[in-house]
Design a binder for this molecule. Sequence first.
Ligand SMILES: Nc1nc2c(ncn2[C@@H]2O[C@H](COP(=O)(O)OP(=O)(O)OP(=O)(O)O)[C@@H](O)[C@H]2O)c(=O)[nH]1
Length: 298
Amino acid sequence: MKDVYLFSGFLGSGKTSLLTDTIRQLKERGLKPAVLMNELGKLPFDSKAIEDDIPLKEMLEGCICCTGSEKTEAQLQTLLAGEDFDVLIIETTGAAHPVEALDAVYSPLFAKQLNVKGIVTVVDSKRWLDRHLLSPQMRSLFLEQIRHAHLLLANKMDLLSEDLQAKITFELQSFNSTATLIQTSHGKCPLSMLERLKGTVSEKKVNEARIGEQLTLSTRIISFKESVGKVEFEDWLRTIPSTIYRMKGFVPIKGTKNPMLFQYSYGMVQWLPEYVKMDPVIVIIGEKIADLKIPGSE
Ligand SMILES: Nc1nc2c(ncn2[C@@H]2O[C@H](COP(=O)(O)OP(=O)(O)OP(=O)(O)O)[C@@H](O)[C@H]2O)c(=O)[nH]1
């Protein structure tokens, strides 16, 4: 399994700085990184920060979550098939919702090859202090990126007094008390902090940190043991909590030759026939998903 890190954070928060420093540390350890970068809101020279020997896929026309997951899947497949690497870093655009970016990475096609370690959100500490100046939509995105992080970097600490550094750390921690938080300048985060992330996916159990009502986004991969009736499955879908944000994969439906392609997002369901016999596996992304009983699975 290759470790995958998703770098999230508002525009200009320090993601590229984190990326270049992480690559340096990985190389020092003799590990080979690969990078998937999207260029929305970026200047083309951003990718020049990545040295030539690093496999790099850029998504110039848009962002990882809105160019369509097929495209991301294709990019990942090309990387997996054609490049030799140990660790994949995905730098999302500062305008991407981390749930959607995560969604693009969790294709059932390579669920068993990629070990998604988690979302690392870089917070522009000055912007945190000035968040009331953001539009409601942008503020909400900014807060979502922080809320869903598994590791939070309170960055640009060099620009703040000690009092403000303490204030921000306290505020961020109370906003997302499940993430590990570290103070950084210029995105300098020890590799060990990244490696310590437990990963968000497990076939058997779900890694879900729970403190009070605050939950971290988590993921489960479900393998089906037997075919299910379509009506039965759709009845079950009507019972699931609204904290299930996304499901996708291949469901073995009674009476069909191959498992059907299944997509679920925000209550919307889509079924498509599949002409190739794919593994009957779905990926679920959401909160409070540990106790879900899925028809047809164990
Ligand atoms: N003073 C200071 N400047 C920083 C720090 N981190 C990043 N910067 C600067 O902030 C600017 C944006 O940093 P990047 O690393 O490019 O941020 P980014 O999140 O990749 O930016 P986008 O790709 O545009 O979203 C650059 O000019 C960095 O040099 C920091 O900790 N302190």
